[in-house]
Design a protein around this ligand. Structure first.
Ligand SMILES: *Cc1c(COP(=O)(O)O)cnc(C)c1O
Length: 403
């Protein structure tokens, strides 16, 4: 049972138990440093899990994206294409490099980058400015992006793809894991992700030379000399051996975390009497077709796609709820001390980014307008999930037009 007044969080850390043993080991050996057995071990675990040849663990997912951009040769004035519907951390490193983001809208079957709009954007940028230097694609809320098509378009113009898999560790597309789908792939172990090290990230690639280069830049770009010598600009981005110990423990329970998050999603769908979005909608671009009894729509997995369901998301159709909106539900949950959140506000709508080019068809705008993320932690109890569902049903019942 939930203690009276205890807040229900969107996604909170969930330790497996063994993390502390890896940390104790580091203490006993006095490897309290940004290198050591846990760093090596965590990198190996990530390689084995994703099927990637090489991995470097770093201080954050944001740092990993920054490194990927540098390795793609992104410099001041260059353009980089980025999915608009995402967390700001996907796009911010573009500005760190003094480069210019170009935003692309989502498509309706995965809510991720639309490959047709991507190609339109590339062709238009080539006409106006030159070929973009990189493409940043995101697997939002754990749902893989349509990578086959994205890679096909990117290859046609010879542009490297950076896969932002920060939310998608444990998801798969066909026989490949997310984290193995881009030329560069990025993971995050921030406190709210499916596994966490309190803070951290990883850069993965098949080319070992490239990962060596990433390690070099991430350790202050120190040249091979007996004194401290630097010919290139470096950063201090390497992960601590203590933090990596948490990561090793978390990897032991990752598959179990995925199982429970997926069950959360299915239970919400069942208990809230949800409807699957129509992936091929005629009347509405995000798939509202007016066939739901409850006005609550969930995103289905396309064939060959498996989402880790990091966060359970749904769309709330006010026409079918008697006017109750996603934000009404959010406020009603907040009144019960339950955390929920609107979907990411698209980058092209952000004050920081609205002046940059955007290629869109209104999909991410609609997802932001109607979407809501529910408490989705793997440590959410059945009672807590029922409490969330009851609170949602209660607010819906205040306005529901019963036919
Ligand atoms: C969390 C997240 C990041 C950033 O990861 P940090 O480890 O917090 O720096 C990047 N992109 C997306 C989509 C994320 O959700």
């Amino acid at each position: 049972m939930k203690k009276a007044g205890a807040r229900i969080y969107l996604s909170s850390p969930h330790m497996g138990g063994n993390e502390i043993n890896y940390i104790n080991d580091a203490f006993e050996k006095n490897w309290i440093a940004p290198l050591g057995e846990n760093v090596d071990g965590f990198e190996r675990d990530l390689q084995n899990y994703t099927g990637r040849a090489h991995a470097a663990v770093v201080t954050s997912g944001t740092a990993a994206i920054h490194l990927a951009l540098m390795l793609c040769g992104v410099e001041a004035g260059d353009e980089v294409i980025c999915q608009s519907l995402t967390f700001a951390a996907s796009a911010n490193p573009i500005l760190y490099q003094g480069a210019k983001p170009v935003f692309v809208d989502s498509e309706t079957t995965t809510w991720n980058m639309d490959p047709d709009l991507l190609e339109k954007a590339i062709q238009d940028r080539i006409r106006k400015k030159g070929t973009p230097k990189a493409i940043i694609v995101v697997h939002l809320y754990g749902m893989p992006a349509p990578m086959d098509r994205i890679i096909e378009v990117a290859s046609k113009y010879n542009i490297p793809v950076i896969e932002d898999a920060a939310e998608a560790l444990g998801s798969t597309l066909g026989d490949k894991k997310c984290g193995a789908l881009g030329q560069f792939s990025v993971l995050s172990f921030n406190g709210n992700k499916i596994i966490t090290t309190s803070g951290g990230g990883a850069l993965l690639a098949d080319d070992g030379e490239v990962i060596n280069k990433a390690r070099f830049i991430a350790t202050q770009a120190r040249d091979d000399a007996p004194h401290y010598q630097h010919s290139k600009l470096g950063y201090n981005y390497r992960m601590s051996n203590i933090v990596a110990g948490i990561g090793r423990g978390q990897m032991e329970v990752l598959d179990e975390r995925v199982r429970v998050r997926r069950k959360n999603h299915q239970d919400y769908f069942d208990f809230l009497n949800g409807s699957w979005l129509d992936s091929n909608p005629e009347n509405n671009s995000v798939g509202f077709t007016g066939y739901s009894d409850t006005g609550l729509y969930f995103l289905k997995e396309p064939e060959r796609y498996v989402s880790n369901r990091w966060l359970t998301t749904l769309l709330v159709h006010p026409d079918e709820t008697g006017g109750i909106t996603n934000n009404d539900i959010r406020l009603a949950l907040e009144a019960q001390n339950i955390e929920s959140r609107l979907l990411w506000k698209p980058m092209h709508q952000q004050p920081l980014y609205e002046k940059y080019p955007y290629y869109g068809a209104g999909v991410s705008d609609q997802l932001f307008e109607y979407g809501l993320c529910l408490p989705s932690g793997s440590n959410l109890t059945d009672d807590q999930r029922e409490e969330v569902c009851s609170a949602i049903k209660a607010v819906l019942s205040t306005k529901r037009v019963v036919v």
